[in-house]
Design a protein around this ligand. Structure first.
Ligand SMILES: [Zn+2]
Length: 74
């Protein structure tokens, strides 16, 4: 007698179910403030517009933190 207490999988609701959107870029449009990305979820198909700033790295501080004797993080 194997009573496996597996949680019954909730039926997958195609569109309104909570899921982690899998955004895939459909198109990219460079603007003055960065790249505007038109992304679409491959699961539910909703679209979203992202703005990706050109600097994908955080702004470099002009001066290093004083007191931190560490190498430059690369
Ligand atoms: Zn989705």
């Amino acid at each position: 007698m194997t009573t496996s207490q597996t949680r019954s999988q909730s039926p997958v609701r195609a569109e309104s179910a909570e899921h982690e959107h899998t955004w895939s870029t459909e198109s990219r449009h460079p603007t003055s403030s960065g790249d505007v990305l038109y992304v679409r979820c491959g699961i539910c198909g909703i679209r979203r517009v992202d703005l990706q700033s050109r600097l994908d790295t955080p702004p470099a501080p002009l001066s290093r933190m004083v007191g931190v004797a560490s190498d430059v993080a690369r």
